[in-house]
Write a protein that binds this ligand. Sequence first.
Ligand code: GCO
Length: 438
Amino acid sequence: MIKMEYKDLIFPAGFKWGTASSAHQSEGGNHNDWSEWEQVQGNVKDGTDSQVACDHYNRYEEDFDLMKEFGHQVHRFSIEWSRIEPSPERWDERELEHYRRVIQALLVRGIQPMLTLHHFTNPIWFRDLGSWLNPEAPEIFGRYVGKLVSELKDFDIIWNTINEPMVISAMGYLFGEFPPQRKDFGDAQVVSRHLLMAHGQAAEAIRETYEESGKNHPLIAPVMSVSHFMPEDPDDPDDVELATYLDELYNHMWIKGAITGKVIDAEGNEMRYEALENSVDFIGMNYYSRQVVSSRMDFLNGEMPEKTIAERCDGLDWEVFPDGYYPLIKTFWERYGKPLWMTENGIGTMDDSLKCRYIISHLQQVYNAIQDGVDIWGYLVWTWVTNFEWAQGFMSDFGLVGMEPSTLQRIPRESAYLLKDIIEHNGITKEIQQRFLQ
Ligand code: GCO
């Protein structure tokens, strides 16, 4: 075996580390469009649901204690819309108080809250109004955000508006794998446009609420899921063209709209959407894997080439492919010139040594991008405690901290200690790389 020569990869001073999660996947006890969908047999692959999740709603202090013990500096989480606004414009004071306590609990432990306003789930009444296909959806969401932000503006919060708009539109409206399980390219386009407008409405509500109370503008960002599209046959111009098309469609079209403030309307015309102005202070990037595509298959109907995968995520067709990370980061920086946060990266596996290798090999890419001049502010692993992985249920375990199923007791894995080590050194030392990669 060839012995690799490693060197210390130390990140810039002030670089921030932590983990990310979402309300529905961790809290338990939610009632929203997802929780109802989960009750239909066959929708969640392993037959589980999110009703217990990791009971984070009741155990957040314990979870934050552990984060503090492990040196975390930031935690990204979401607020569950259906709890705050259980019916239109009826605000649940008890739930608002709950989330104030959650935020406070992070702050007193010295952990910066990064708060996601929308992470996949919707209130039942919003679903019944047509969900993201409803032309009024952006305003309805903006109204909610205005209320929520007016309640939370006194806390030091970094705001994420919409989490992974293209996943909502592709998985829910094109591939039919998430609720509402539609399979219609036109619908998917409408949803992605409405989510873009909703992002604008949310950003505007945040800016105005802060301005009205004489506060400084906080940091606001949308969070993009990015995937590295590759042609199955790099010498086939049709494959190359398809990969380029999908890269534009999935990775760029939406964020370009948020940055330029332009939306493509139903007739295909470009129009300015004022609320999008100054709506992006930085971009959150979630990277997991690559996507190999072939022009001989109907990708938009869910057909993808068979591939032999050496290392993968459990329960999902996601190959470990760190080399796809750097080019995406670099392109985002070159095209949009906005600072970046790596808001999610990780792998669902019971093989914790694979999880450790995954994190290190992806961080090498982040480090290289920083060396090449990209302004990256932080890196968050998905996720801290084992939680509910959407249509996979509990088949894909992304946790750095495992959970004893009957007692829900938290059990830090070696990967949790790895992250602690990385945070202590503000990087991946030579020793860390040797320990895990050799
Ligand atoms: C997201 C992600 C998470 C997933 C993670 C692993 O939307 O931010 O989908 O919710 O759990 O990406 O699949």
